[in-house]
Design a protein around this ligand. Structure first.
Ligand SMILES: Cc1ncc(C[n+]2csc(CCOP(=O)(O)OP(=O)(O)O)c2C)c(N)n1
Length: 193
């Protein structure tokens, strides 16, 4: 039987109306449906944060781990069960801040997983502290004199030897779904930020 969006339908979300996370949720579901991958074949792994809630709003297998520890858990799951389609999901704080070290090494080792980073340039769940990708000069409670030079995750990925990296926009679901499909089909570490 054909896989449809209904097969991936999750319950009510805790995100605010209009949040870009909805576009990313739709993009990943659309990608999986277009690839005709059944939910039981997918493991989504996330850490802590608003982005980290995404797997809960699907019907995939879900592993929710510590903040910033998404990639090691996802890689471990892939190593023990190579048949699984493993998709790691998280925020820029989770992936580039707390988990920054794992990000670099996962790319270097080229594990066959897909990593989606919701880069909203802020620590959202904890209400707006500057993250590694916040714009230069952004004033928040943790950066009263303005945030520092932002990290460029695409440049970092390329420097770390990533085998696939792409950037989409939560407001363009068609394009985002195409990028996510490319990331899933790519044999090796695919990062969409
Ligand atoms: C080790 C650790 N440090 C800090 C926190 C507190 N914390 C929870 S969520 C979060 C921010 C998440 O921001 P981000 O990963 O960018 O995701 P968003 O909520 O913006 O989607 C922080 C700092 C934590 N739970 N664990």
């Amino acid at each position: 039987m054909a896989v449809t969006m209904a097969d991936y339908a999750g319950g009510a979300t805790a995100w605010c109306p209009g949040c870009g996370n909805f576009g990313i949720l739709n993009g990943v579901k659309k990608a999986l449906v277009e690839l005709q991958i059944e939910p039981y074949k997918v493991l989504m792994v996330s850490g802590i944060g608003q982005a980290g809630k995404l797997p809960h709003y699907t019907r995939c297998n879900v592993l929710n781990v510590l903040h910033g520890r998404t990639l090691p858990a996802a890689i471990g799951a892939k190593i023990v069960n190579p048949e699984l389609i493993v998709i790691a999901v998280g925020g820029d704080g989770d992936g580039y801040g707390e988990g920054g070290n794992h990000f670099i090494h996962a790319m270097r080792r080229n594990h066959d997983i897909t990593y989606l980073v919701h880069n909203n340039q802020i620590y959202g769940l904890t209400k707006g502290q500057a993250s590694p990708t916040s714009d230069l000069g952004l004033v928040t409670k943790t950066t009263p004199e303005g945030s520092w030079i932002p990290e460029n995750p695409i440049a970092l990925a390329i420097a770390a030897g990533v085998s696939f990296v792409g950037r989409g926009f939560a407001g363009d679901i068609e394009h985002l779904a195409t990028l996510i499909k490319m990331g899933i089909m790519h044999k090796g570490f695919g990062s969409v930020t």
